[in-house]
Design a protein around this ligand. Structure first.
Ligand code: BGC
Length: 732
């Protein structure tokens, strides 16, 4: 009896202690509760000042974006919502996080973001190149590598993917996106978001994605950066919004507002795009962060008369977090007190920011394990992904007389400013990448057995020093084949890097002209962050391989393709114009009122040098007849189009079948053709594969109006695959 009494007493005491402990842990710190409950509880405890602090982002560490060199924030308030973290490892970040967790009243963790655009330390090809792989799964694998390295360095949020459609290659930031096409970019947008974020943001190595720049930044007038854009609502919906919608549907946690003025209302003060479309129509429950200083720039753009008014316009339009310019911190409290910013808007923004912090598990795991570098960067498996990404993104533009692949025993003259270069193969925005990590083209080729490589620079990227020409010609004369490495410096593309011409500097073209005189076959390798004007290059070369800015494994991948170990499978995701004067030029334009011979340029061809979707292979693919399961159908039906492709050459290869739709007559006119589906498959030599495209009429044949409403009109449509056009009819 006594024993039972004591046992009951101990149990009762234990239960009370447990209940007391539970009581002392506020609900927002209790991981067993839902995120919603925790956010509500936390917000009920926050002062207006604490709430506003959550809506600001400063920087921590060294900022190496030359366009953003800013005052170093010496005293970061520990209750700040977010920091852009410029660290190589997690130590500094953890120290700052400790301040936030231990020295603030509520212990709200800081969200650390960074521009992990195409890799953190394992730099893989620029996004424009990844798009040319037409392999979204592979792009996803690359994003996973980036996420792991970034996560291990203490980053929970990447400002990527950039899904701006760009049709003017003078704009340097064309390098950062997936090209000119809304559909292709949408597919890569969704794949990148899913890869960065995984299924559950609270799990290790999953980081939040940020779709940028919302929206229409790529429509920059004349290709200049930061300038106004003229975008009708119809074009907004047709061209610029789809890649964002796809990313939002894939679960993107955040978006970044764009710098550009969208036909009078800047992206960072645009209620229509940020609130009506994104949050109301698409139901996005994440948050929008400003681009760097984008709020204060509303003053320069002629909208706000001062920083305070800029903050008011931005937050009221739906911009939740202010990046760097500190205007929310400075003015929001007064704006709320003056009734110029509704408290509900501030609460809504704070709720969105805190929700992500809970989803990321930051309250439970605020710190990052500090691992040695050899356990977290440049891991063999990561380098392998970077190499495959480089291999699959390179596009063979020309290959006369099968100069490529190189033949065993050939003597190669490797010439040009990019031949031994490492840094420029990294491309713009290389995270924490380093030139020393890059395998140069020279090193990549030299490691191949059976190939003898001699080298001469010939000339620099630009300037007029031709003193190296003669040596280059001598080296060329003694070789069997010349591999001439031309292209751009990495800083010629990216942010604030517009060019008035997309031709290479004339010194490089002149070097080619000299080399040709040696009478040897010339293979031109091009490394660049945009499409180029190749009028003086392509005709002079026997072969042209676009290698883009391929990242750390670039030289090895080039060697793989030149030697034929890998069969090139990239296809252009941007049109290569005939000359700069054709810009803007893109495949999915609307028809002219005088089709055919009128309205053309008088001085140059009106067709581009290389079209969207173009790219050669070392093998040949024969397309069978395109068939459809029914050529007449209703809106509820699904029909399947099929085509069998045979690899009729002697080398295995990956072929991408591109399915386009044409709607020849429509109440809102449609482009001449629109990509609706694509699939890339390995077809061994001699084998065939049947590719299928299941057409969902509402998804694939409909169009939107300027308000984003979708319509499907009965009538004839065409399925276009290569040079075949098959008519299908949607019945009334
Ligand atoms: C760029 C963004 C970038 C941000 C933060 C801006 O200058 O436009 O793309 O994410 O800086 O570094």
């Amino acid at each position: 009896m006594k024993r039972i009494f004591f046992l009951s007493l101990i149990l009762a005491l234990a239960l009370t202690a447990d209940a007391k402990k539970k009581q002392s842990v506020p609900p927002y710190k209790d991981p067993s509760l839902s995120v919603e409950t925790r956010v509500v509880d936390l917000m009920s405890r926050m002062t207006l000042h604490e709430k506003i602090a959550q809506l600001n982002q400063y920087t921590l560490g060294r900022n190496d974006n030359v366009n953003n060199i800013d005052e170093v924030v010496s005293k970061i308030p520990s209750e700040v919502g977010s920091l852009i973290y410029f660290g190589d490892g997690a130590d500094l970040r953890n120290a700052m996080q400790k301040k936030a967790m231990e020295e603030t009243r509520l212990g709200i963790p800081i969200l650390f973001g960074f521009d992990v655009i195409h890799g953190f330390r394992t730099v893989y090809p620029i996004p424009l190149a990844l798009g040319a792989s037409w392999n979204p799964e592979l792009a996803g694998e690359a994003c996973r590598v980036a996420a792991q390295e970034a996560y291990d360095a203490g980053i929970n949020w990447t400002f990527s993917p950039m899904v701006d459609i760009a049709r003017d290659a003078r704009w340097g930031r064309i390098a950062e996106g997936y090209g000119e096409d809304p559909y292709l970019t949408s597919v890569f947008s969704a794949a990148s978001v899913k890869a960065y974020q995984g299924d559950d943001l609270s799990q290790p190595y999953n980081i939040a994605a940020c779709l940028k720049h919302y929206v229409g930044y790529g429509a920059s007038e004349a290709g200049r950066d930061y300038v106004p854009t003229e975008i009708s609502r119809q074009t907004l919906w047709d061209t610029y919004l789809p890649s964002f919608e796809a990313g939002v549907r894939a679960g993107a946690a955040t978006l970044m507002s764009s710098f550009n003025n969208i036909s009078g209302i800047p992206g960072s003060a645009n209620h229509y795009t940020m609130t009506e479309v994104l949050k109301e129509k698409w139901g996005h429950d994440g948050f929008v962060v400003a681009d760097w200083n984008a709020v204060v720039q509303l003053v320069n753009q002629g909208m706000a008369k001062d920083g305070k008014e800029a903050a008011m316009y931005a937050i009221n339009a739906g911009l939740d977090m202010d990046m760097v310019d500190n205007l929310y911190m400075e003015h929001l409290e007064a704006l709320v007190n003056e009734g110029k910013v509704p408290m509900e808007r501030v609460n809504d923004a704070v709720r969105r920011v805190l929700t992500l912090k809970f989803r990321l598990g930051l309250f439970e795991n605020p710190y990052t394990e500090e691992k040695p570098e050899n356990e977290r960067i440049l891991l063999p498996a990561s380098l392998e992904v970077a190499e495959r990404a480089a291999l699959e993104s390179m596009v063979l533009l020309k290959n006369e007389n099968n100069v490529l692949p190189l033949k065993s025993g050939q003597k190669i003259a490797l010439i040009g400013p990019l031949a031994r270069n490492q840094e420029d193969l990294l491309g713009s925005w290389f995270g924490r990448g380093r030139a020393e990590d890059v395998i140069s083209i020279f090193d990549g080729l030299s490691e191949e057995s059976g190939i003898a490589v001699s080298y001469a620079a010939g000339c620099d990227f630009d300037g007029d020093d031709k003193s190296g020409f003669q040596e280059a010609v001598n080296v060329a004369s003694q070789a069997d084949v010349v591999v001439l490495c031309l292209g751009e410096k990495r800083k010629w593309s990216g942010e604030n890097a517009s060019r008035s011409t997309i031709a290479l500097p004339s010194i490089q073209e002149e070097l080619l002209a000299e080399i040709v005189k040696a009478g040897k076959p010339v293979v031109v390798l091009l490394s660049n962050g945009r499409s180029l004007d190749l009028t003086r290059i392509s005709p002079a070369a026997d072969a042209v391989l676009e290698i883009w800015q391929p990242g750390v494994m670039g030289g090895k991948a080039v060697a793989g393709i030149l030697t034929g170990k890998y069969n090139p499978s990239g296809r252009l995701n941007v049109t290569f114009p005939y000359t700069t004067g054709q810009i803007p030029v893109y495949y999915n334009h609307r028809e002219s009122g005088r089709r055919g011979s009128q309205g053309l340029y008088q001085d140059i061809p009106s067709t581009p040098m290389y079209e969207f979707g173009y790219g050669l292979s070392y093998t040949t693919y024969d397309y069978g007849e395109v068939t459809v399961s029914a050529d007449r159908f209703t809106a509820e039906d699904r029909i399947t189009a099929k085509v069998t492709v045979t690899n009729s050459g002697e080398m295995d290869g990956k072929e991408t079948v591109q399915w386009y739709i044409c709607d020849p007559y429509s109440t809102i006119t449609r482009p001449v053709k629109e990509l609706k589906f694509f699939e890339k498959k390995l077809i061994p030599a001699g084998d065939s594969h049947t590719f299928e495209f299941e057409i969902d009429p509402m998804r694939d044949l409909s169009f939107v109006n300027g308000e984003g409403e979708r319509f499907l009109e009965p009538g004839d449509y065409y399925i276009i695959v290569k040079d075949q056009k098959v008519k299908i009819t949607l019945a009334d």
